[in-house]
Ligand binder design. Structure first.
Ligand code: EPU
Length: 342
């Protein structure tokens, strides 16, 4: 196999990360498919370099230049594969834009992904952190994916169980999955669609919009409207969506907090633990709308850190550490960042 994409050097990543941090990569390769990955694996000089697989750069914070090779997943293509066991299988290449793909499924008359409208990033990145919003996670519509193994050179198919999906987590975020590069993802969408309105804010917005029997498109548009209202558009303000995961605490810890803070936002999990709203905790610590240098907390959603213009990665890290310290001091809760720090 011959790679047809050239390796570029001292490459600016500023337009390839939604935080718009001006980091650079020592080497950069646009990856259209397995051929480029195979070429990297077979070249000892390239194979020994630190690797960073990049999709839409929407869940990444560059804290320094990357002294290795960036593999920018750019493969394009999407198709309806057909029906299997009451579900329609749809496949997209890793480099497809996520929202454009969701829109395309809706335009084919296929429901199931509408709650995941307007999420920045690419198809290949969605399974990595099991992207989720408004009551749906990637795992709920996932069928399987194809991944290239950078150690063996094999192309493997992984089903949902093999991907070990959890809240904002999967196999690919752990050492056992680090050698796997996602090439394409197959989704299974219900042939008989039902709206998923379990997320109270979405159910309310659908009702307020006057939809009595909403279509997948109606719900997709409602999700877009909610997101536009609360979240900054990365094309205008650099950000990586939620900067922290919603922390999970024990029932005891939650009960102690509730005794002191009765308005605490919490959701009981299947195992009895409690998921808290990080945005609420940060907001209560008075961080909403505040800034430290060129890094700030978005005024409409305290869970989102933004680049106010000219921020370096360290500016964002400093702000994040200050927020973590305040939340830990007030609530005894450790906030874990959601984006990957590079
Ligand atoms: N809240 C506040 N103040 C704030 C922000 C939130 O009081 O500044 C409260 C809200 O009123 C609400 C609760 O916190 O009671 C939860 O807020 P919201 O519904 O906005 O959702 P979230 O928990 O902040 C999560 C995801 C988002 C996803 C939304 C909708 C995580 C880390 N974040 O946010 O995902 O869009 O739910 O499903 O799970 C992302 O991962 O990048 C992302 C945007």
């Amino acid at each position: 196999m011959q790679a047809n994409q050239p390796i570029l050097h001292d490459f600016s990543l500023a337009s390839l990360n939604t935080f718009r941090i001006p980091a650079r990569a020592r080497h950069y390769l646009r990856v259209l498919g397995a051929a480029e990955l195979d070429a990297v694996r077979r070249d000892p000089a390239l194979a020994s370099l630190p690797r960073l697989v990049l999709g839409g750069g929407s869940n990444m914070l560059f804290t320094r230049d990357f002294d290795g090779i960036v593999l920018h997943m750019a493969g394009q293509g999407k198709e309806v594969l057909g029906e299997q066991d009451g579900r329609i299988l749809v496949r997209a290449q890793a480099g497809e834009n996520w929202h454009a793909f969701v829109q395309w499924t809706l335009a084919q008359g296929l429901g199931g992904m509408e709650n995941l409208s307007l999420i920045p990033g690419t198809v290949g990145a969605a399974p990595i952190q099991n992207v989720g919003a408004y009551g749906t996670e990637t795992k709920d519509v996932f069928h399987s994916l194809t991944a290239y193994d950078m150690t063996s050179g094999e192309t493997r198919t992984l089903d949902a169980a093999a991907c070990r999906f959890a809240y904002r987590d999967s196999l690919f975020k752990h050492p056992e999955g680090r050698e796997l590069v996602v090439l394409d993802v197959t989704f299974a969408l219900p042939a008989a669609w039902q709206p998923n309105l379990r997320y109270a804010e979405l159910a309310r917005a659908v009702e307020e919009a006057g939809f009595t029997s909403p279509t997948p498109q109606d719900i997709g548009r409602t999700v877009e409207a909610i997101r536009r209202r609360k979240l900054p558009d990365p094309a205008e303000i650099g950000n990586a969506g939620s900067f922290f995961k919603n922390p999970v605490v024990s029932a005891d810890h939650c009960a102690r907090l509730l005794a002191q803070y009765p308005e605490l936002v919490h959701h009981t999990q299947a195992d009895g633990s409690e998921k808290l709203a990080a945005g609420w905790l940060i907001d209560q610590c008075g961080w909403k709308g505040r800034a430290m240098g060129a890094a700030g907390v978005y005024p409409k959603q305290a869970l989102v850190l933004v680049n106010l213009g000219g921020a370096q990665g360290e500016d964002v890290v400093r702000l994040a550490r200050a927020i973590q310290a305040d939340v830990a001091a007030k609530y005894g809760v450790e906030l874990e960042p959601e984006p990957v720090f590079v």
